[in-house]
Ligand binder design. Sequence first.
Ligand SMILES: Cc1cc2nc3c(=O)[nH]c(=O)nc-3n(C[C@H](O)[C@H](O)[C@H](O)COP(=O)(O)OP(=O)(O)OC[C@H]3O[C@@H](n4cnc5c(N)ncnc54)[C@H](O)[C@@H]3O)c2cc1C
Length: 473
Amino acid sequence: MNLQVLIVGAGPAGLVLACDLARRGVTARLVDKAPSYFLGSRGDGLQPRTLEVFDDLGVLDAILEAGGTAPLTRVYDGAEVVAEMRMAEPTEPTPDVPYPNLWFVPQFRTEEILRARLVELGGRVELATELVAFTQDADGVTATLRHDGVDEVVRVDYLVGADGGKSTVRKQAGIEFVGDTDETITAMLADVRVDGLDPAYGYAWVTGGIALSPLAGTDLFTLTGQPPADGSPVTSELLQGLVDDASGRTDIRIREVVWATVWRANVRVASRFQEGRVLLVGDAAQVCPPTGGQGLNTGVQDSYNLGWKLAGPRELVDTYAAEREPIARGVLDLAARALRRHVDGDEDAHQRGAEFHQLALNYRGGPLSRDDRSTPGPVRAGDRAPDAPCQEDGEPVRLFDLFRGPGWTVLELRDGEVIAGDRTLLDVDGHARAAYGAEGFVLVRPDGYIGLTTDDRDAVGEYLEAGTLAVSR
Ligand SMILES: Cc1cc2nc3c(=O)[nH]c(=O)nc-3n(C[C@H](O)[C@H](O)[C@H](O)COP(=O)(O)OP(=O)(O)OC[C@H]3O[C@@H](n4cnc5c(N)ncnc54)[C@H](O)[C@@H]3O)c2cc1C
């Protein structure tokens, strides 16, 4: 069988893309050079928009079960609690935003859940398989994979670099990674097993500048602090010393260091996300500081934007970069500003408000967005398609239930009803009208963004038939 896509890198971005392609019947391989799965907590803050993608991919229940909202952190000065704070205050769902809260799941757990979903969909991760070289021509990409010292040459339609900040794909495609690494801004992170702390709370000590946050769904805490000035390795003795000095307590005992890293402020974006038949997603395309919790989330959105396009014609694939590059620049700017506030000592720098949720990011004005309504409605082409609770035969149904799955959804709004194919939903409390307008047609893309708003039924057909989209329906 002709292999359509080679995905290099089985982090969150590669896994999301592999799941999306598998459910569309696109033949793909997902390879990772690592000999075993990654163990660290890293990106543990899942933004509301990521939860919506996970709903569509069929992993949301597992993700919700595996995590929790931000814990309450007790801030100590020595032995005295001087403040209590939460990174984000939980809020109630609204009709259009069913998952409004930042949800904490350690990255290794998120990856585990995505891998399990990929297996359900008939795919798998090929470990210890490294992309070492590739060439491309007008029809495809020829890539060399190395496994156990043996080279294998594969021919694919597209190569996707989901291979992280140091991306081999990006480098070999000759794409620049524009931005800065500021060696003066560093942080040490370590996932530890520790006795003497209540996992219902986070702990921070102003004197000593360290924090210990429980990792949802595990018996681990993540310790954050400044790395040793002399560059010595992060050991449990070193961490124990920091905890003892900051807390003045003797009952907090570090039992085991499961994963540790020293992080440097890195803000970079690829000069382009596509070079012919080679595309970049996730950290291969942009890296941002952890302030604001955008990195993993942005990679998930990259892959979700690209997946349905790879199932379509070349013209559709070519819209990926135009839609995602501006988003990357905005996200980097947001995360960099949050980092600056943190460095400047702003105590609220870690408070994560709605601008971090990624719900308002949109593709307005992009190559696939068309507004044809005579009177503009509450949503515009390119916006995220909001949810709305309705009824079908007296039973509650959400618009997100209609959107779930790999296809397009045409919504017709008329007389307090929403019609989608052969389904008629009653807009009982007017939430769909409030979100989409009282009448007209709204075409929702496979990735949950609005492609077209129009008053004219024929325009829907024309939009879908327009060569670039026909195959991807
Ligand atoms: C300390 C820290 C805290 C963070 N906190 C957050 C947070 O709160 N929220 C958030 O959203 N993000 C956070 N992030 C960022 C997040 O971890 C990354 O954005 C995310 O891991 C990127 O996913 P990815 O799939 O693009 O790449 P990665 O997870 O880096 O995966 C890339 C994969 O590619 C493989 N690979 C590389 N080269 C090759 C090759 N040549 N051949 C085959 N395989 C290859 C690697 O082995 C790796 O498995 C944090 C990161 C760090 C370091």
